[in-house]
Design a protein around this ligand. Structure first.
Ligand SMILES: [Fe+2]
Ligand SMILES: [Fe+2]
Length: 271
């Protein structure tokens, strides 16, 4: 099985569904009179729904050249939705859409996810995947901030009367803000910080926190689904942020495995 084809299809299957759902969330947040923006959001929904469908139709044995062309096409769509999200962010920050209901941080957040998707496709197609120690730091800087944002969204979209859950969400937000700073510190200390013991401790520590946030999201998702708590969280958004935590955990597990492999081969120092 071709590694390039498998990785490309995996990224596209995961992120095209995510982009599709972002279009839905953005559309729901616009005001009734913002028909043009709603139409644009609906068009992106259709584009990514179609991309998702096609990504599941390709087999692992597909000619890599066909996948390369598909990646390029999807990268352009990801760039377009990124530009749309940045445009919406600009409108919100200039108070041109008073009364719309998406937080600016959420719009910025979904644009960062589109940018990440676009970069992954670019890296896959150009064959310039980062060396492992850089990938470990960069993916963590990206995903820890994503997780910190999620905790903040949950905290702000729960009903204020759900005091205990709001407190828990705030604790996760604080915890992840600290982890983001730690990751940025490690990033600044590059390349000297890229030793196996430091990276492996970094991955372990982050994994513990992501697991507990993932469990919290799962609980919140189930409670929302069963109508047991008060909130303005869309059930699909609750599931969406849960899936993104699962994705991060999957990536952390991959790093952990690669690091233990490195430990065996290269002893303790990568650089
Ligand atoms: Fe997302
Ligand atoms: Fe997210």
């Amino acid at each position: 099985m071709d590694e390039f084809v498998a990785r490309s299809l995996d990224e596209i299957r995961f992120w095209s569904r995510i982009m599709k759902e972002h279009s839905l969330f953005l559309g729901l947040g616009f005001r009734a009179e913002d028909t043009q923006l709603k139409n644009e959001a609906n068009q992106f929904y259709a584009v990514f729904e179609e991309i998702e469908r096609r990504a599941y139709e390709f087999q692992p044995e597909t000619d890599p050249h066909i996948i390369q062309a598909f990646n390029t096409e999807v990268r352009i769509a990801a760039t377009n939705i990124w530009a749309f999200k940045r445009k919406v962010l600009g409108l919100i920050l200039q108070c041109k859409l008073p009364g719309q209901t998406n937080f600016p941080l959420l719009v910025d957040h979904v644009s960062r996810e589109a940018n990440y998707f676009r970069n992954r496709l670019e890296e896959l197609n150009s064959g310039t995947l980062e060396p492992l120690p850089d990938a470990i730091i960069d993916e963590n800087v990206f995903f820890l901030k994503i997780m910190a944002d999620h905790a903040k969204f949950i905290g702000h979209l729960l009903d204020p009367s759900e005091r205990k859950l709001v407190d828990q969400a705030r604790e996760f937000s604080n915890d992840f803000d600290k982890l983001v700073f730690q990751a940025v510190d490690l990033s600044h200390m590059r390349p000297q910080s890229q030793t196996v013991p430091l990276l492996s401790q970094f991955v372990d520590e982050n994994r513990v926190s992501v697991k507990s946030l993932r469990d919290f999201k799962k609980t919140a998702r189930d409670l929302i689904e069963e109508c047991r708590i008060k909130s303005i969280i869309h059930p699909l958004l609750a599931d969406h942020v849960f899936r993104e935590a699962e994705r991060f955990l999957f990536i952390l597990d991959m790093f952990d495995q690669s690091l233990s492999g490195v430990k065996v081969n290269k002893r303790e120092i990568l650089y």
